[in-house]
Ligand binder design. Structure first.
Ligand code: COA
Length: 141
């Protein structure tokens, strides 16, 4: 991929309609989305990917990561999550159904996690994933 033509930046409030539309299309977590939680990947000023850091009282999680289908598997998701981790706290969680992707980014599966993330596990299960298919993972800097 020509990663030089891709810019990873903090989202602008004006990016939100596109982020919301794409996130809904991927059935991602769209709860309490605020523009200043997000990083976006842009190619020629067009949003091709996004992800956010969602803060709770007890913990912080990487959430709502998506890359448009024609730009997937080119390293864009990796760039976005790496930048979220770089800007984030020492301990970051993710609740996901694609552990291999997050494992490559330094996340390890955990069996014990803050209670607030149980809601996220249940959210994934509402999309027909079984308990065994949903993973809570943690990265520590
Ligand atoms: C998941 C997603 C964000 C990954 O973004 P991407 O830009 O395609 O990923 P990358 O190109 O950075 O992939 C990095 C590595 O993860 C792997 N990977 C990518 N998507 C994967 C998936 N769905 N499952 C398992 N591994 C995956 C790649 O094969 C690659 O491995 P490699 O380095 O050994 O080649 C993107 O496919 C997407 O938007 N999917 C739909 C929405 C979604 O599922 N979001 C995650 C919600 S938790």
């Amino acid at each position: 991929m020509d990663q030089n033509s891709i810019k990873i930046t903090a989202a602008l409030s004006t990016d939100m309609p596109v982020i919301e539309q794409l996130a809904k299309g991927f059935d991602l977590d769209c709860e309490d989305m605020v523009w200043d939680q997000f990083m976006v990947a842009k190619r020629a000023d067009k949003i091709i990917g996004f992800g956010r850091m969602r803060k709770y009282t007890e913990c912080t999680e990487v959430a709502t990561v998506g890359v448009i289908s024609q730009e997937q598997k080119k390293g864009v998701g990796t760039l976005i999550v790496k930048e979220l981790i770089r800007r984030g706290p020492a301990e970051i969680y993710v609740t996901c159904v694609i552990p291999d992707f997050f494992n490559k980014l330094g996340f390890q599966m955990v069996k014990q996690y803050p209670a607030v993330l149980r809601k996220k596990v249940d959210f994934c299960k509402s999309y027909d994933f079984s308990e065994e298919q949903v993973f809570v993972m943690k990265a520590t800097k």
